[in-house]
Design a protein around this ligand. Structure first.
Ligand code: SAM
Length: 332
């Protein structure tokens, strides 16, 4: 069981009623708290939890308005997302009791200070390298408006201009990533067809692709509800149309693609995670039509070319700058 869940279970007497567990890991915790509900924005964890606990977890960017007896936030990575989620809980949990649990190295003490903006805080427990904090809300905030928290920015490349919307928690919040910028410079001479922006984040890559090739069909896939929300804002702001796909990994992607374009993930929370991208590289051929292309950008130190060559075909470097490389391979 996740150490944060273990800390909650050490204090189980505090969580007897219909508490809401925001950002909970996909472990056995819901089984120990029979009246609790889960609230997840990670498609993979959401699916696992609902399979195991019969639809007791919702997938959303906002908290549904139920009279919860307490709200518990599992600390996310981003400070801005923490701020938004604490506000949601402080504004909507009827009892005014909210908890925060997180690893010390993930910055739980700093996040507890953010929570202090809503009322009196106290540390409940410290164990398993984690801390559990409680807040009695006395200064109820207004319900936050997610779209108003977007940090928009403009991208100019190849004579096109795009407005990008990034809500809290989404990759490269408020600024264009250097790797993504390099990938945008390497999208020439693509054959016509259906493309996938894998791990679309705020939708920069896919939206730029549609600007360059308005006749392309495009699917934009991400595991994170906040990323999909941002992508939809970005598409609307630029008058573009694509299919957004919520899913965990390449399995959720369509088949017979003309291309997969991606700045794929390699970080998750405070832990490094390569599995999603390695699986995508191993299985890309199953989703590409013959002659279909893979173009990805990655940190130069990541050893992706052997994997690409083993599962797809000869891998060439299209560009290299700022510690990133853009790779291209074609399904034979
Ligand atoms: C490096 S970011 C790139 C975002 C965007 N394409 C860009 O270039 O700005 C990687 C993205 O992959 C998403 N991601 C992580 N794990 C995933 C998974 N298992 N399935 C689909 N997307 C995932 C993350 O949510 C994140 O938005």
């Amino acid at each position: 069981m996740d150490p944060r869940s273990q800390v909650l279970l050490r204090n189980i007497e505090l969580f007897k009623g219909n508490v809401v567990l925001a950002g909970l890991p996909a472990d056995a915790l819901l089984g120990e708290l029979p009246e609790a509900q889960g609230w997840s924005w990670h498609a993979g964890e959401h699916t696992l939890l609902n399979q195991r606990f019969d639809q007791r977890c919702t997938f959303s960017t906002t908290l549904s308005s139920v009279d919860y007896s307490a709200g518990i936030l599992f600390l996310p990575k981003s400070r801005e997302l923490t701020e938004y989620l604490l506000q949601e809980l402080a504004a909507k949990v009827a009892s005014g009791v909210i908890f925060l649990v997180g690893e010390k190295r993930a910055g739980v003490e700093r996040a507890a200070k953010q929570m202090a903006a809503f009322g009196r805080i106290s540390k409940v427990d410290s164990a398993r390298h984690c801390q559990l904090w409680r807040c009695q809300v006395t200064d109820k905030p207004v319900i936050p408006e997610l779209n108003a928290l977007s940090k928009p920015f403009t991208v100019e490349a190849a004579g096109h201009q795009l407005q990008i919307h990034t809500v809290p928690g989404v990759f490269s919040h408020g600024r264009l990533d250097l790797g993504t910028r390099l990938l945008l410079e390497c999208l020439d001479d693509l054959p016509h067809g259906h493309y996938l922006d894998f791990g679309c984040g705020a939708g920069v890559v896919g939206s730029f692709l549609l600007k360059c090739y308005p006749q392309f069909e495009l699917s934009m896939l991400d595991v994170d509800a906040f990323a999909i929300h941002s992508t939809e804002l970005t598409l609307a702001a630029n008058g573009l149309k694509a299919t957004s796909v919520v899913g965990d990994g390449i399995h959720a992607a369509p088949k017979q693609l003309a291309g997969i374009i991606s700045n794929p993930p390699f970080h998750q929370g405070v832990h490094t995670q390569y599995e999603t991208t390695e699986t995508m590289l191993r299985e890309a051929a199953l989703h590409l039509q013959p002659g279909g292309e893979l173009r990805i950008v990655a940190n130069s130190f990541l050893k992706y070319p052997p994997l690409i060559e083993q599962h797809l075909g000869s891998c060439t470097v299209l560009a290299e700058r700022d510690g990133f490389k853009v790779y291209r391979a074609v399904r034979t």
